[in-house]
Design a protein around this ligand. Structure first.
Ligand code: ARG
Length: 271
């Protein structure tokens, strides 16, 4: 029987959506003519920050850069395991300059940063779960980057193939509940990858397509509290039934760009 869900204080890096917008379309959620309500986006993001802080987590800020409308999605800039930072190399040209800002932030904060040679979108596709690094590919991060991650971070890296363009990053289809278990939407993965997940996590929470489309899998868990999209009602019920505390935070303005809570949150895992 799994033990009672227990929170661990976390250190998060976030980026204020001062220049957030949907100006290009690099995933099926985005349409350059969808207007963003900027005041609402800012308020939703601020409530995410306030929620983390009220739960006792540290939130640090990356300074936003004009003309980088996706920079609010701080998860994509790097992945940090045991104080080792693997930077990013974005698939889309529009996002490439974001890597520079992340690199500079980590350097200034005293970390060594390794720049990947292949396309690598940070925690968007590289999800640390206890002793493994789950690594998505198919739309953004390349398999070569999974190898780079394993070699640099020294963590067994498990390649998972994404097959549905609505779930183009691993963190739109799966999140870590704690160091031992995950929640995911099986339909986002190839048959072989589904089997891998089933072997590694026989007790996983399985979400349906409706909850996945509501960005339910783009959640952030501290081991007990799960920041979750309020539209993912089935998943919320399953989390509660397992003893987790769902904390709904509405980030609907960011869904227009294909992101939600996890995309806005980079976890800085110390050594
Ligand atoms: N518009 C952004 C993109 O397509 C959204 C990124 C969402 N981030 C994430 N971690 N899934 O790149």
């Amino acid at each position: 029987m799994p033990s009672t869900p227990t929170a661990r204080p976390r250190r998060y890096l976030m980026c204020e959506p001062r220049f957030y917008d949907v100006r290009y379309a690099i995933n099926p959620w985005m349409s350059a003519d969808t207007p963003v309500d900027h005041a609402r986006a800012l308020a939703q993001w601020q409530s995410l920050v306030d929620t983390y802080r009220s739960l006792g987590h540290a939130v640090e800020m990356l300074e936003p850069v004009p003309d980088l409308p996706d920079m609010v999605f701080a998860a994509n800039g790097a992945v940090v395991v045991d104080g080792r930072v693997l930077g990013s190399r974005f698939h889309a040209a529009q996002r490439r300059p974001e890597s520079v800002a992340h690199h500079a932030w980590f350097k200034a904060a005293g970390f060594d940063v390794r720049e990947p040679e292949s396309v690598c979108e940070g925690e968007g596709d590289l999800v640390p779960v206890g002793r493994f690094l789950l690594a998505g590919t198919g739309f953004r991060t390349s398999e070569a980057a999974h190898q780079e991650a394993q070699e640099y971070l020294g963590v067994p890296t498990v390649t998972l193939r994404l097959v549905d363009p609505y779930f183009y990053h691993l963190d739109t289809a799966l999140f870590a509940l704690d160091d031992e278990n995950v929640a995911y939407y099986p339909g986002a993965f190839s048959p072989g990858s589904r089997e891998v997940l089933q072997r590694l996590y026989p007790d996983a929470i399985l979400a349906d397509r409706e909850d996945a489309l509501a960005f339910g899998l783009n959640s952030v868990s501290d081991g007990r509290h799960v920041i979750v999209s309020p539209g993912a009602t089935g998943l919320i019920a399953q989390l509660a039934a397992r003893g987790f505390e769902p904390v709904p935070v509405d980030l609907s303005e960011f869904h227009k760009s294909g992101g939600s809570a996890k995309c806005c949150t980079q976890e800085v895992r110390s050594a």
